[in-house]
Design a protein around this ligand. Structure first.
Ligand code: IMP
Length: 428
């Protein structure tokens, strides 16, 4: 079977360096599609002239022959999208002509960001630790239906204007009566957002129909997941998750492309584990080794700049994520960061009160009590960032990769040993 469609999905809590992998694979595809989330994502792509941070536009944008699609499963902040297009236009040739926005995608408005900030503040210690980009409230409105706006509605401004006024009036009731906060001015909001809609209009289309045709025409399509499986609204560590389908399952809901049309699903993990925001993290290292990983891996959030929590690779959680996604292959990123650590462990199982768990638990009160069962592996002192073939890796690094394959039950297809495109070992 020739491979025409690929999904790249995060296996943990996001930040697995998927941006670099999607950028590399974009050269082998005609279309790159984002299918979930919004500008809570931070995808970093590094090449010759420097580092580019993307939040909404698919990481294929720097390949001039690639069409970029933002699917219906996203929540789009129109202001942020326009800023991102402007910021990247000089490097991404003809971007406005090859970026399509689904008319089914939902939109983020000022009330979403405001309500999220108020709610997180109100929750205090019990907060989710969100990115404060309005993602959760926008998806909540999507489910609520009557207070949501889809991208396609920007094509019918005469219908949208009274709707926005009605929504603002409704939201103002909550701001003023529940949170004792200032109301929003409906006219000012409309004026600002109608202007964004006007600029985005030429890019809005029925991307579901467009993708069906592209696949029928034999175009090679790459689906780019944002966040990761453990942040998936259904399969992640709920309630400390994002509000979208961040596993491969998001492809079908978020683009309208059938699961049967996906030839290959690759899951991306770092060589260790990180998490930003609140929520359980069984293999977290709070001492000097965790700090060393954070510094060597520059583990600070692309979107919010927050220091990431760091810990050992959790193959128990990854095996669960691999099964949820139906993986064909694993991509290990940041393997170079482990070089020079004083010790090296991987988590192979979870136990609670001395009893091993059979499966990754759904109960949010159980996960914080989980003790990781650790297996010690031989660390390596070498800097491996110059290595380009698997055989040239130090024996301990090869053994680490092979142990991950055994524990997760899928082959490692690609290994990243540095941020640049060239700093990659391929095994596919
Ligand atoms: P939200 O997506 O802003 O609602 O945040 C919900 C949770 O998901 C928080 O713990 C965030 O830190 C986390 N999160 C959201 N997007 C990302 C991402 O792209 N990488 C890593 N964590 C993320």
């Amino acid at each position: 079977m020739s491979t025409t469609t690929t999904c790249v999905v995060g296996l943990t809590w996001g930040d697995e360096a998927k941006g670099k992998i999607v950028d590399i694979l974009s050269a082998e595809h005609d279309v790159v599609v984002r299918y979930n989330g919004g500008n809570n994502a931070g995808h970093t792509v590094a090449f010759d002239d420097g580092t580019h941070k993307l939040h909404l536009v698919p990481s294929g944008l720097f390949h001039p022959e690639v069409t970029c699609v933002i699917g219906g499963g996203l929540v789009i902040d129109p202001k942020v999208l326009l800023e991102e297009i402007r910021a990247n236009e000089s490097m991404a040739t003809d971007l406005r002509d090859r970026l399509f926005l689904s008319d089914r995608a939902h939109t983020i408005w000022p009330w979403h960001k405001r309500i999220e900030a108020l709610s997180e503040k109100h929750l205090g210690k019990g907060k989710i630790g969100t990115t404060l980009r309005g993602i959760g409230p926008a998806y909540a409105d999507k489910a609520n239906r009557v207070t949501a706006v889809r991208m396609g509605e920007f094509l019918r401004p005469e219908h949208l204007q009274p709707k926005v006024e009605r929504i603002v009036r409704q939201k103002n009731e909550v701001f003023t009566k529940v949170f004792d906060d200032e109301p929003l001015d409906p006219d000012a909001v409309w004026e600002e957002y109608a202007a964004y809609g006007e600029q985005l209009r030429p890019m809005i289309l029925d991307t579901t129909a467009w993708l069906h045709q592209a696949i029928a025409d034999g175009k090679r399509v790459l689906f780019e997941g944002a966040q990761g499986t453990l942040l998936d609204i259904d399969h992640g560590t709920y309630p400390y998750v994002t509000s979208s389908s961040a596993s491969a399952a998001g492809v079908w809901t978020g683009t309208g492309v059938s699961p049967r049309a996906i030839d290959r699903i690759w899951g991306v993990v770092k060589a260790y584990t990180t998490r930003v925001g609140e929520g359980p993290f069984p293999t977290e290292l709070t001492g000097p080794v965790g700090d060393q990983i954070r510094e060597q891996g520059n583990e600070y959030g692309t979107t919010t700049g927050r220091p990431r929590r760091c810990g050992w690779l959790d193959t128990f959680a990854i095996r669960y994520a691999a099964t949820v996604n139906g993986l064909d292959g694993i991509v290990i990123t940041l393997l170079d960061v482990l070089g020079g650590l004083p010790e090296l462990n991987v988590c192979t199982a979870y136990q609670v009160d001395g009893k091993r768990l059979e499966a990754f638990p759904a109960d949010p009160t159980l996960l914080p009590r989980v003790e990781p069962v650790l297996e010690s592996l031989e660390p390596w002192p070498e800097d491996i960032s110059g290595t380009r073939t698997f055989d040239d890796l130090p024996a301990a690094a090869k053994a680490y990769v092979e142990r991950v394959e055994d524990l997760v039950g899928a082959p490692v297809r690609m290994i990243s040993v540095g941020p640049d495109r060239e700093e990659t070992i391929r095994r596919d």
